[in-house]
Design a protein around this ligand. Structure first.
Ligand code: GDP
Length: 356
């Protein structure tokens, strides 16, 4: 499964956020046989379509899609040169598929800041610089070998050129992701800044209500996604039962828990989408990469479904709900039989036909 690595300066609130994420764990309830590492938090992706489907099909339970977060130690200035946890820790994030940077916005005299003052834009710059420096090191280490190769083998030249272009991008202070470079050619370098980023701004309640502040933060990270939450509040919220939590949210004037927003945005940042299945047993969201075909989607349920794939019976969630039932959707001509080249759309409600 794809994972999101959490990074940030010390005392930004990473552990508080990660603990809230793991407390929110849907694994125990829905995936009894899954085993995961202790430093991985698996979070359900809230999907308002599932309860609606469960009603249409009279399903006994709802199984959401999930997104995984990996807890990673803090980065300090000089990490790329081995300060703090240094390179060993940077090696850990190489395995993540996206990076979630937690940035402190909250003021609290009891919580020290490594640089002596709370400065979200400055902190983002510090972390980004360390990641860029680490990538430059990776490139400098690999370049001599690829240069030599390219002299002998013409096929290696595009890779060499991509690497040289990557050095230029990084030296101008930019990340590789979004630079337009061919990621395929750079894939085996596991560059940190080639991953998609998302930003969590850890705010206090009054800061959450400050739209000007949030706009300024959004501008700092655009076009990446910015999520604003209060990690301490989220940690308290996950300790409550559902009713208590709902009342607490209402009292604070918050429409949706920050962790839910984080799960959803994280899922999208990883390039994932859901298709849905429903029956009397369960209404369920299944995770596929955007652009996946019907057989690939079937393979997520079971490899045999992909091998023996014949057709997918598909109706869009909206059409199904408008019709009110599967039979009515069929009668209205909304149910399609799709073949092996069909590209799945987010919210397709599917039943696979396959040979065993
Ligand atoms: P980490 O070093 O990034 O993992 O940071 P921690 O999660 O350990 O948080 C550092 C300190 O800041 C702890 O004492 C937290 O209780 C506190 N903290 C975390 N989030 C918030 C917040 O939103 N508001 C306030 N006031 N304190 C927070």
């Amino acid at each position: 499964a794809l994972t999101i690595g959490i990074v940030g300066l010390p005392n930004a609130g990473k552990s508080t956020l990660f603990n809230a994420l793991t407390r929110n764990d849907v694994l125990a309830a829905n995936y009894p046989f899954a085993t995961i590492e202790p430093n991985v938090g698996v979070v359900g992706v809230p999907d308002s379509r599932l309860p609606v489907l469960a009603k249409v099909f009279d399903s006994q339970r709802i199984v959401p899609a999930t997104v995984s977060f990996v807890d990673i130690a803090g980065i300090v200035r000089g990490a790329s040169k081995g300060e703090g946890m240094g390179n060993a820790f940077l090696a850990n994030i190489r395995e993540a598929d996206a990076i979630c940077q937690v940035t402190r916005v909250f003021e609290d005299v009891d919580v020290t800041h490594v640089d002596g003052k709370v400065d979200p834009a400055g902190d983002i710059d510090t972390i980004t610089t360390e990641l860029i420096l680490a990538d430059l090191q990776s490139l400098e280490k690999a370049l001599p070998r690829v240069e030599k190769e390219a002299r002998i083998k013409k096929e290696s030249r595009p890779k060499l050129e991509a690497m040289q272009a990557a050095v230029e991008v990084l030296e101008s202070g930019k990340r590789i992701h979004g630079s337009g470079l061919d990621m395929e050619l750079l894939r085996d370098l596991f560059l940190l800044t080639a991953k998609p980023f998302l930003y969590v701004f850890n705010c206090d309640q009054d800061e959450l209500a400050d739209e000007d502040l949030k706009d300024r933060m959004r501008q700092v990270v655009t076009p990446s996604e910015a999520i604003f939450l209060d990690a301490k509040f989220e940690a308290e919220l996950v300790e409550m039962d559902e009713e208590e939590g709902r009342a607490f949210l209402e009292e604070m004037g918050i429409t949706e828990p920050g962790l839910d927003v984080l799960a959803r945005v994280g899922y999208e940042t990883l390039g994932l989408q859901s298709y849905l299945t429903a029956g009397p047993k369960e209404a369920r969201a299944w995770t596929i990469p955007q652009g996946a075909t019907a057989p690939e989607a079937a393979g997520v349920i079971h490899t045999d479904f992909q091998k023996g794939f014949i057709k997918a019976q598909v109706v869009s969630f909206d059409d199904l709900v408008a019709a009110g039932s599967e039979a009515a959707a069929k009668a209205a001509g909304r149910m399609r039989l799709e073949g092996k080249d069909y590209v799945m759309q987010d919210g397709d409600v599917v039943e696979f036909r396959f040979n065993v």
